[in-house]
Write a protein that binds this ligand. Sequence first.
Ligand SMILES: Nc1ncnc2c1ncn2[C@@H]1O[C@H](COP(=O)(O)OP(=O)(O)OP(=O)(O)O)[C@@H](O)[C@H]1O
Ligand SMILES: [Mg+2]
Length: 213
Amino acid sequence: MISVEELTFRYKRRGEELFSGLSFSFPSGEMTAIVGPSGAGKSTLLYIVGLMLSPTSGDVLWDGEIVSTLADAERSRLRAARVGFVFQDAALDSTRTVAANVAEGGLYAGVPRSVITRRRRDLLDRFGVMLRDNHRPGEVSGGQAQRVALARAMIKDPDIVLADEPTGNLDEAAADVVMEALAERAAGGAVVIVATHDTRLAGIASRRLELTS
Ligand SMILES: Nc1ncnc2c1ncn2[C@@H]1O[C@H](COP(=O)(O)OP(=O)(O)OP(=O)(O)O)[C@@H](O)[C@H]1O
Ligand SMILES: [Mg+2]
């Protein structure tokens, strides 16, 4: 379970205040959709609950413990161990192959290499991007990169999945596969949070957080 309490955030000291004291919980075993207009703070909220940005005020709790005030190194450790993050623009490492991109987080989280190899194949196959395994990210399409990014997030079997517009570049059939994989993680007990404009994806979430700008 993840929750935020009395959350506000400003990118700059005198910048626009986001979230205006938001308190909300994201239970384990459920998928929550963060919706709202462009610029409302959906991506920012994912970065905050995923411990990549720290609140300006208020707290982030994981399993009832305040984690937003931990030292950087400890937050990084927790994130590496528990969070699978899918960035809005995929954010693959362009210098490495698709295979290496997918494997990396799992290896870093301590999953054995033999398990990683099997899971990597299964995930890329499932998401329909197996043929692209040894390509570089610059050689795959936007929608393919997005599915590779999801495979990368899933490889360590994360109990927290944070996905920013994971179906944004996908056709309906590819989006279905991604939606099913996310729903399956939630059914398996993970905290799944998606930021999305996709009404189909938001429609399968059991909870919804609407941000306003
Ligand atoms: N690095 C940054 N520095 C300063 N302001 C930022 C930064 N990133 C985002 N913002 C601002 O913070 C607000 C929230 O941005 P965010 O990316 O979280 O919105 P979003 O809801 O994800 O939008 P979209 O639907 O377009 O992805 C916007 O006003 C944006 O301009
Ligand atoms: Mg965004």
